[in-house]
Design a protein around this ligand. Structure first.
Ligand code: SF4
Ligand code: SF4
Length: 224
């Protein structure tokens, strides 16, 4: 899932300090799961912002609503009436949710409360690790399920470089395992080392404009 973390309070406050009726919209999906933008976190944010406004002697009305998902128009309809009653919106969704809110309610200033970090796994409670950079051409089939784009510091498709340390760490840091050393070890254990012998061509990054795609089977619905 997408992982995000909250921006510093003063950065958020500076974005909204000139408004007096503020709607904070949380997201019940990814940013809720990563403990950054669900009901609890959105309410805490409004309490902290209220305190900032009080210290400046300003009275501000806050409303909180957590959408099921902010990246889907169906759920954005839930806040339509509330949007009309407020001067601006703070979103605690990922960057996609913020952009969709801004697109849907074009006349309303929309501000992000989070920094969207990456697509990653939950290593433990509130402990996340990046695993995918959405390259659009997944390589995991020949790399033993280890992403070279995300986990190698140089995103090498043909590794390793000559920087791997003797302990198997990456030259950028002894604390960072060399992805290509891990790929080698995993494929060796699976008796599949021939997977990494062919030279992989450079990534074409063909879909790296703002991409979109339609799941197989749904084409007729959207294409005339
Ligand atoms: S190769 Fe890595 S970045 Fe590309 S889709 Fe697969 S997991 Fe994601
Ligand atoms: S040492 Fe390994 S992980 Fe680091 S840049 Fe080189 S191949 Fe990539």
């Amino acid at each position: 899932m997408i992982k995000a973390k909250r921006k510093p309070l003063d950065e958020i406050f500076n974005m909204v300090k000139d408004y007096s009726r503020i709607l904070c919209v949380g997201c019940g999906a990814c940013t809720s799961v990563c403990l950054a933008g669900g009901q609890r976190e959105t309410e805490i944010l409004t309490q902290e912002l209220s305190e900032c406004f009080s210290q400046k002697g300003q009275r501000v009305e806050f409303s909180v609503f957590v959408t099921e998902r902010q990246c889907n128009a169906e759920y954005l309809a839930d806040i339509e009436d509330m949007v009309k009653e407020h001067d601006c919106i703070i979103s605690t969704a990922c960057g996609v949710g913020v952009q969709y809110l801004a697109e849907k309610y074009e006349s309303k200033p929309v501000f992000p409360a989070l920094n969207t970090m990456f697509i990653g796994l939950d290593r433990d409670i509130a402990f996340f690790e990046e695993r995918c950079r959405t390259c659009g051409n997944c390589k995991l089939g020949y790399t033993g399920g280890i992403c070279p784009v995300t986990c190698c510091a140089k995103s090498l498709l043909n590794g390793p470089c000559s920087g791997t340390n003797a302990d198997g760490s990456c030259e950028v840091s002894r604390d960072v395992p060399c992805a290509w050393n891990k790929i080698y070890e995993r494929l060796k254990a699976q008796n599949r080392l021939e997977n990494i012998l062919p030279i992989q061509p450079p990534m074409d990054w063909i879909d790296k404009g703002p991409a979109s795609f339609i799941q197989s089977g749904y084409e007729k619905r959207y294409r005339k």
